[in-house]
Ligand binder design. Sequence first.
Ligand SMILES: Nc1ncnc2c1ncn2[C@@H]1O[C@H](COP(=O)(O)OP(=O)(O)O)[C@@H](O)[C@H]1O
Ligand SMILES: [Mg+2]
Length: 243
Amino acid sequence: MSDLLTVSGLSVFYGASAQAVEEVSFSVPRGSVVALLGANGAGKTSIMKAVSGLIPARGEVTFDGAPLGALPARERVKRGVVYVPEGREIVGQMTVRENLTLGGYHLPKRERKTRAEMVLDLFPEIANKADRHAWRLSGGEQQMLAIGRGLMAGPRLLLLDEPSLGLAPMLVRRVFDRLGAIRRESDLAIVLVEQNLAMTMRICDELHFLRGGQIVGHRSAEELRDPAARAEAVDAYLGAAAA
Ligand SMILES: Nc1ncnc2c1ncn2[C@@H]1O[C@H](COP(=O)(O)OP(=O)(O)O)[C@@H](O)[C@H]1O
Ligand SMILES: [Mg+2]
């Protein structure tokens, strides 16, 4: 079976000389979770934005067998490529339910409603706050809302940018457990960008390590279950600061 997403020779430039991503290639098998790990500035967000069509890039991105070319972001969303940005970017002055509605704006009303119920079932923490303003949610709840809004769009590939950023470890665990549940119930594929290796390993199948805009290493989650192999990979690719 072919991969759902193939990224080939992807390069991102900011201005004429600043290259943030250099010839990055990876693929995402259907239904799998592929993680991109790397320190701040490694190019993770740039890759996600390029795949979702939010910034221009060189190279080729193929989704479900079709090259995405220069397709604008909204068209990619319609095909099922959905980006959940770092920093959440939910609308504080709107209610939880209104934020969810935004995520499914391109869907017929009936489907939007069904999906909103599905999302609220998945995240009971925000379900009983559905009519509150989003700014009143805790950090973990805001992250659940951001992921929920992504799920509203009917994704086939969810691009999750540092969902653990700024969350207490207990909340991170809750968010990741929920992602695991979503994964088990659907054939949704995920590209997960993280700095946190231990948490990432709970749900991912494969990991790519990034540094200075390049992929410098690749491991399966299976390989990294061995503590010695994990220590070796952290040492080789992430450095002491990320351990
Ligand atoms: N809008 C921008 N303009 C100029 N440089 C940028 C911009 N966004 C990111 N960069 C630079 O590109 C590199 C990669 O950034 P980014 O993709 O955000 O990395 P990460 O998500 O891994 O922290 C960094 O050196 C960063 O400073
Ligand atoms: Mg980033």
